[in-house]
Design a protein around this ligand. Structure first.
Ligand SMILES: [Ca+2]
Length: 371
């Protein structure tokens, strides 16, 4: 399905200027506290909704860039404006008081539709075999549904025991947001009010279907984008139900914090218990482009002494796991794939965040040394 994803860069300039007046503007005849914002863009019908609001305003007028005449005016401050894809827009808004004096504010944005379907062939591929190793588990996501032999869904918002999943995340996880089609697993974060939350997404785990200790993991994926979007490919220690987190250990193979200027960077991290929560992470930046534009392969090599992190087979982070407090890294782990929305690390979505957003996983493969 071709999708018109639209990107807006919003810059909001509020000019609180009284024009043509030398009077002290402290009067209910004059407007005050003007706000002017882009409420939404309907990318199907190409319509922008703009909302202005000011105290003591009796009329609002909308002007285009350098326009002499208002393109629209009314008493409520709500405007719909038809857009042409590929253009930049600049609006000025005037809020009039009964005195006839006005406050003005402006905002600008670019409306740049892009074809958001990145072909599966675009990007890096990892080999199906490595010398001295054997493929012990894989999911190539070749069917039409998630293989429940391996995977199950974690549903909800984490409440009551772990509301916001420990990070003040905003989404409600549902099975409905996961699809397997055209050779990929797709987890879609949506701007959808459900279960008392403003967003929905999915979080899938192999807790009851597959776990392993030591090996090489390759995961080929295309990442979503936008402020507040937080895709993750990670693992938890299989003893979590008995020792809890962080004593179970956590190995984050890939996390990306969406938002402008951050989508060329991914993070690899471990968490464990060493007199409380300890963590150690590294990050990798692409030399060009973003993780939204092409598939990349996120890997770890994990053995008795260390864990190494790779992007497209480039080593970028490494840790020893031989110290005594790191016993949690010498046991079985299972996978978690999810796309979170909002939370402590990325911050919340804003007007620049386009929904829906998808993480697509082409495959996950686990290799272990041939005995
Ligand atoms: Ca595939």
């Amino acid at each position: 399905m071709a999708r018109y994803s639209t990107l807006i860069a919003v810059s909001l300039v509020l000019g609180m200027l009284f024009s043509c007046s030398e009077k002290d503007p402290i009067s209910t005849d004059d407007p005050s506290n003007l706000s002017f914002q882009l409420l939404s863009i309907d990318t199907v019908n190409h319509v922008a909704q703009l909302q202005a609001s000011a105290a003591h305003a009796v009329a609002y007028a909308l002007y285009e860039f350098e326009g002499e005449q208002a393109v629209d005016s009314n008493a409520i401050g709500f405007f719909e404006y038809e857009l042409l894809p590929g253009n930049s827009y600049f609006f000025e808004l005037r809020a009039y008081g009964s005195s006839g004096r006005y406050l003005k504010a402006s905002l600008s944005f670019d409306y740049l539709p892009v074809e958001n379907e990145v072909p599966l062939e675009n990007g890096y591929f990892s080999p199906l075999s490595y010398e001295g190793m054997e493929l012990v588990w894989q999911d190539e996501f070749n069917g039409n549904e998630l293989d429940l032999t391996y995977w199950s869904f974690e549903i909800g918002d984490g409440c009551p025991s772990l509301c916001g999943w420990g990070n003040n995340e905003l989404q409600y996880y549902r099975a409905e947001n996961t699809r397997v089609h055209d050779g990929v697993l797709e987890i879609e974060a949506r701007n959808e009010n459900f279960g008392g939350r403003l967003y929905t997404s999915s979080r899938i785990i192999t807790r009851n279907g597959f776990s392993f200790q030591y090996g090489r993991v390759d995961i080929r994926a295309l990442l979503p984008e936008g402020q507040g979007i937080w895709p993750a490919l990670w693992m938890l220690g299989a003893n979590i139900s008995s020792v809890s987190w962080p004593a179970c250990g956590e190995i984050d193979i890939m996390e990306m914090i969406g938002g402008s200027g951050r989508e060329n960077e991914v993070h690899g991290t471990i968490h464990w218990d060493e007199d409380g929560h300890a963590s150690f992470g590294g990050s990798y930046q692409l030399s060009a482009g973003t993780f939204v534009e092409a598939y990349h392969v996120f890997s770890i090599i994990w053995d008795e002494s260390k864990i190494q992190w790779f992007v497209d087979n480039q080593l970028y982070h490494e840790t020893s796991i031989t110290s005594n407090p790191m016993s949690e890294f010498h046991q079985h782990y299972w996978f978690i794939f999810n796309v979170a929305v909002g939370g402590n690390w990325p911050g919340n979505p804003n007007i620049t965040t386009r929904f829906p957003q998808s993480m697509k996983v082409d495959y996950v493969r686990v290799f272990q040394p041939i005995p």
